[in-house]
Design a protein around this ligand. Structure first.
Ligand SMILES: Cc1ncc(COP(=O)(O)O)c(C=O)c1O
Length: 357
């Protein structure tokens, strides 16, 4: 069977008349805006950026034009292939709502992986078929082929994968893209730290591909909540139809625009983070209770340690919070440790060196 978007989209979404505002329908420079029942007088607080103070009484741009133009220039992806969400978590939820019929359809996830795919599915009453990654945290292609049925609408591939940190091989992702007729979401939240290149420039080759990225990681803007999806323009149009009209607030739009000017700073941070990751890896490997540090293409390391639960509690007592992944399948005795600043990483290693079982 060929990829057929019409067939994949839920009937109610295909027939949806999306919410439209008067400003969607007007493209000139407005002189008097009396269409949206805003407070015409002003706002009690303003948004201050670079000594400019912007009023907050007007609704923000629902299509985020300026922001997407900037992202388009940076990423080399046309404006109409970009969706902006309230974090990539919004994109995950919106995709499930577009393609998956509650109570009937299913998605495939590849555990251990990012938890929100299955949470968003559960909220929408969508069954999750889990096909565990193998011991190297790569895909079980045959297992995925066996799990796919006529109700499978989306496969979520996280690359680099959270919590294992490795990239999924390009070759395997392409096998899935070429052989699965549903939507393949490749979550590239950590792509800036990876040796592997983004798939977002391959949208033309794969009509079923959706790539997720976020400003929450390398860009250092987690608090703004801005996630991105790149896909064919029909898929992006559907996502825009389903999202809340003003899903990205004006502070996020304006501050993200400012942040996106700082590419050099961000590139330096990425470089430093990778250096620190390598240092941490070397130090962690020397600890007597470390069994394995998994290779990472992300800004964290998955570490298998004898007595991981006790080490986790010990670190907590010392005021150091890492993520205990020991209880999730495929990650027995594993802690996931985010790469911190040089100072934080030193504190972590010194504290671990002082640990006795
Ligand atoms: C793989 C992955 N995808 C998405 C997200 C969430 O990103 P956002 O902050 O854009 O919602 C995370 C956050 O930890 C993540 O690990």
């Amino acid at each position: 069977m060929e990829f057929n978007l019409e067939y994949l989209v839920r009937e109610n979404i295909k027939n949806l008349s999306p919410y439209s505002t008067a400003r969607h329908e007007f493209s000139g420079e407005a002189r008097v805006m009396l269409d949206a029942n805003e407070n015409a007088t002003g706002s009690p607080v303003t948004l201050s950026i670079n000594e400019q103070h912007e009023l907050l009484n007007r609704y923000p741009d629902p299509v985020q034009l300026k922001l997407k133009e900037r992202i388009s220039a940076i990423k080399g992806i046309p404006f109409e292939n970009i969706f902006a969400g309230n974090g990539s978590d919004e994109a995950i939820d919106v995709l499930i709502r577009i393609f998956c019929e509650p109570g009937f359809d299913n998605i495939i996830t590849l555990p251990p992986t990012y938890g929100m795919y299955s949470v968003a599915a559960a909220i929408n009453n969508i069954k999750v078929k889990e096909v565990p990654l193998n011991a190297d945290f790569q895909m079980n292609i045959q297992g995925i082929a066996d799990a796919v049925d006529e109700y499978t609408k989306i496969i979520f591939i996280c690359s680099p994968n959270n919590p294992s940190g490795n990239s999924i091989t390009r070759q395997d992702i392409e096998i899935i893209l070429n052989n699965f007729d549903g939507i393949v979401v490749v979550d590239e939240a950590y792509i800036n730290y990876a040796r592997q290149k983004t798939l977002s420039l391959q949208l033309m080759d794969h009509p079923n591909l959706v790539v997720l990225q976020t400003l929450s990681k390398a860009w250092g803007l987690a608090a703004l909540r801005l996630g991105l999806a790149f896909a064919g323009k029909e898929i992006i149009q559907l996502m825009n139809n389903v999202k809340y009209p003003y899903n990205i607030n004006i502070a996020t739009q304006e501050l993200a625009l400012q942040g996106l000017q700082q590419i050099e700073k961000v590139n330096t941070w990425i470089h430093d983070c990778i250096e620190q990751r390598d240092w941490l890896e070397k130090e962690l490997k020397q600890l007597p209770y470390t069994q394995k540090v998994y290779p990472s293409d992300a800004n964290f390391l998955l570490v298998k340690m004898t007595g991981a639960n006790d080490i986790f509690k010990y670190l907590q007592q010392k005021g150091i919070i890492v993520r205990n992944r020991s209880n999730i399948p495929g990650c027995a005795d594993c802690l996931r440790i985010t790469v911190g600043t040089e100072n934080e990483n030193r504190i972590l290693i010194d504290t671990l060196k002082a640990y006795t079982a």
